[in-house]
Design a protein around this ligand. Structure first.
Ligand SMILES: Cc1cc2nc3c(=O)[nH]c(=O)nc-3n(C[C@H](O)[C@H](O)[C@H](O)COP(=O)(O)OP(=O)(O)OC[C@H]3O[C@@H](n4cnc5c(N)ncnc54)[C@H](O)[C@@H]3O)c2cc1C
Length: 293
């Protein structure tokens, strides 16, 4: 199929981009890397009057150390985030997750802001934002506002962004030294979206108990899921097989997967438990090694 006809505005300033969205009154769409939007246009699942192309807005392409957090401009390519030394040190969960996104060619074009704005519950970046309590900055006709990741993802491909707002940046709190990370996912083929992915970050205290753990799940509900009940179960405990098994059960119980052409709901719930167990075993094996070093 071919896309329905549309206009194209290559914005030269952020103000111009916002003004175009306002003028089109909800019928325009922002174009970032095009890796999700262009297929939707081609299948006529999206039929905007106008594409507001952010490709010329170099000011939205940056990764900045802000001390207690890292700020990433919306138009930063996923591959640039994945290979950033700052992100590797301050936010190790993010590159570990981005390595599972499609293929390198897709990550070379796709942007972090595009992946977050698209709000696909099976996507990795939104789950990282949930796990790390990130904030999303949106700019619209009324100026800038900050939205907690917990409030941003509201449904399948549905976020708190208004039709005349542009996601301009993402702020992610720097993770403490000694944080170890693991991402476990199951996809039918290399490069496919995960059926389910479990993402974790953790630290052990010197006695070997779990000082902090963050867990999120992609593909197991209509939004990325923060596994807070499992986090509470694990915190302050030694990571024994029984504790890990109880956490895996808690994660599976928290899921609310939909059945679709790729997998039945019950299969996704089962995967959530299996992948949580694997993720936690890997995390705590890493943590014990890093504590011993
Ligand atoms: C074959 C294939 C496999 C893939 N596999 C994966 C995968 O495994 N995991 C994964 O997470 N992703 C996957 N993707 C999607 C990929 O990561 C996309 O790059 C990403 O989802 C969208 O980023 P983009 O910059 O291309 O956004 P676009 O496609 O340009 O836009 C996506 C949506 O977000 C909106 N948007 C984009 N930027 C902004 C902004 N700054 N402000 C407001 N709205 C905005 C657009 O209007 C559109 O609705 C895959 C894509 C393909 C083609």
């Amino acid at each position: 199929m071919k896309p329905a006809p549309f206009g194209h505005v290559r914005a030269s300033t952020l103000d111009q981009a916002v003004e175009t969205l306002v003028a089109e009154d909800g019928d325009a769409k922002v174009l970032a890397g095009g890796q999700s939007l262009v297929p939707l246009l081609a299948m006529r699942l999206a039929q905007p009057t106008t594409l507001v192309d952010l490709g010329g807005l170099r000011e939205l392409d940056y990764i900045r150390d802000e001390g207690d957090h890292v700020e990433i401009g919306a138009m930063t390519r996923s591959r640039a985030v994945e290979t950033s030394p700052l992100v590797a040190t301050a936010l190790p969960l993010l590159p570990a997750a981005l390595r599972h996104v499609g293929h390198v060619t897709i990550r070379n074009r796709g942007t972090l802001g595009g992946s977050v704005a698209h709000a696909d519950p099976a996507a990795e970046a939104p789950s990282v934002l949930r796990a790390l309590d990130a904030e999303i900055i949106a700019t619209g006709p009324g100026g800038r506002r900050t939205i907690a990741a917990a409030d941003f993802f509201q449904g399948f491909l549905f976020s708190a962004l208004e039709p005349d707002e542009i996601l301009t940046a993402i702020r992610i709190p720097r993770q403490p030294a000694g944080t170890v990370v693991a991402v476990e996912e199951f996809a039918r083929r290399h490069g496919d979206f995960a059926l389910v992915a479990v993402l974790g970050a953790a630290r052990l205290d010197p006695s070997g108990e779990i000082a902090e753990v963050r867990l999120s799940v992609a593909g197991a509900a209509n939004t990325p899921l923060r596994a807070d009940a499992a986090e509470r179960l694990l915190t302050g405990q030694a990571p024994t097989p029984d504790v890990i098994a109880a956490a895996a059960t808690a994660v599976a119980e928290a899921t609310d997967p939909a059945a679709d052409i790729h997998a039945p709901a019950e299969y996704r719930r089962h995967l959530a438990a299996v992948l949580t167990r694997r993720c936690l075993h890997r995390l705590f094996a890493h943590a014990e090694r890093s504590a011993a070093a």
